[in-house]
Design a protein around this ligand. Structure first.
Ligand code: NAD
Ligand code: LMR
Length: 331
């Protein structure tokens, strides 16, 4: 029998009435995020227009009779939604639709994340950990972090695990191997088309990835395919990715809390200047999680090609930061 005696963890999910919320909540309540022994209290934070849909999800959660689910609370008030929260998944925002550029999202979504950051600073638990999924995720995370006085900056992260998983899956498919054979991939920079999926240090089985797959493909079509996979999904599905995004958010939090061991993954974390990324930006890096904290894996070799690609994506993050500063969304 499972030991469900741990004190419950409070998980707040914004956008709970939306698609990713729907795909994530049942898995969180089933124990996929925090483990099979960890009870959870769910807080579903929505805007008034989304409350009805979130209520429906809450009814379905009740109908699952999950043993690990202590309670489900719905609110459209951020100060209640983040009160005592240990883990916040900031999903609620406006998804990109066909033909819409990410830059258009800055203004539409920026204003959501300042107030949410403030509410987290004022009300969340001391150990709060935040992952931003809503796009533009890195810059939304920066806005929230800048408003959350008193919360250590490194508790704010943005999701690039989906990009990482896409990069692993596509490389494994090209090499004709099973996913667990692939290691050492890094997503650098922004969760956007400028991101750099880097296989230069990756391995397939016990061989360098670049000895197994065509290097020209790995530095051309592959990068494009991974970086534009979000747009490909929108085109093919007629809406942005949902199941894979929920899965990635769950894996991000699970690794952060439970640790990665020696396995490397990618997450957008606050730069302390590693690899020349300006301090304070929330940029994707190679990371491992140890004792509940993300650590950037340092001292990887960066060749001229990688340098140029990393710099390009980081320059986009700088311009997004400057744009939201210009809009008065951060100081
Ligand atoms: P959706 O439109 O189905 O759901 C969004 C929900 O958020 C809606 O129910 C809406 O009412 C709610 N919402 C809006 N503003 C809110 C606020 N201030 N507080 C609380 N809730 C709020 O969208 P979705 O498909 O669930 O996608 C959500 C976001 O995730 C989008 O921005 C999308 O672009 C992004 N996304 C990110 C990744 C990633 O890898 N980082 C991947 C896929 C999607
Ligand atoms: C994704 O990567 O699938 C999402 O961020 C949607 C998008 O706008 O690309």
């Amino acid at each position: 029998m499972n030991d469900t005696s741990h004190a419950p963890v409070t998980v707040t999910l914004t956008g709970a009435g939306g698609q990713i919320g729907y795909a994530a909540l049942f898995r969180i309540a089933a124990g996929d995020m925090l483990g099979p022994d960890q009870r959870v209290r769910l807080r579903l934070l929505e805007i008034p227009q989304g409350m009805r849909s979130a209520e429906g999800t809450a009814l379905e959660l009740a109908d699952c009779a999950f043993p690990l689910l202590d309670s489900v609370e719905l609110t459209d008030d951020a100060s209640i939604g983040f009160d005592g929260t240990n883990i916040a998944l900031l999903i609620g925002s406006r998804p990109r639709t066909a033909g819409m550029e990410r830059g258009d999202l800055l203004e539409a979504n920026g204003a959501i994340f300042g107030p949410q950051g403030r509410a987290i600073g004022a009300a969340a638990a001391d150990d709060v950990r935040v992952v931003v999924v809503g796009n533009p995720a890195n810059t939304n995370a920066l806005i929230a972090q800048q408003h959350a006085g008193g919360v250590p900056a490194e508790r704010f992260t943005a999701l690039t695990r989906l990009d990482h998983n896409r990069a692993v899956g596509l490389l494994a498919a090209e090499a004709g191997v099973a996913v667990p054979e692939v290691a050492g991939i890094t997503i650098w920079g922004n969760h956007s088309a400028t991101q750099y999926p880097d296989v230069s240090g990756a391995t397939i089985g016990d061989r360098p990835a670049l000895d197994v797959v065509d290097a020209e493909w790995a530095r051309g079509a592959y990068i494009d395919r991974v970086a534009k996979r979000g747009a490909e999904i929108i085109e093919v599905r007629g809406g942005s990715s949902v199941g894979s995004a929920a899965n990635a958010a769950i894996e991000h939090v699970r690794d952060w809390v439970l640790g990665t061991g020696e396995r490397r993954t990618s997450a957008a974390v606050v730069s302390r200047g590693e690899y020349g990324v300006p301090e304070g930006l929330i940029s994707s890096f190679p990371v491992r999680a140890v004792d509940g904290a993300w650590n950037v894996v340092e001292d990887l070799e960066i060749d001229a090609f990688s340098r140029e690609r990393i710099d390009r994506s980081v320059a986009e993050l700088v311009s997004e930061r400057d744009a939201v500063r210009g809009l008065g969304l951060i100081g």
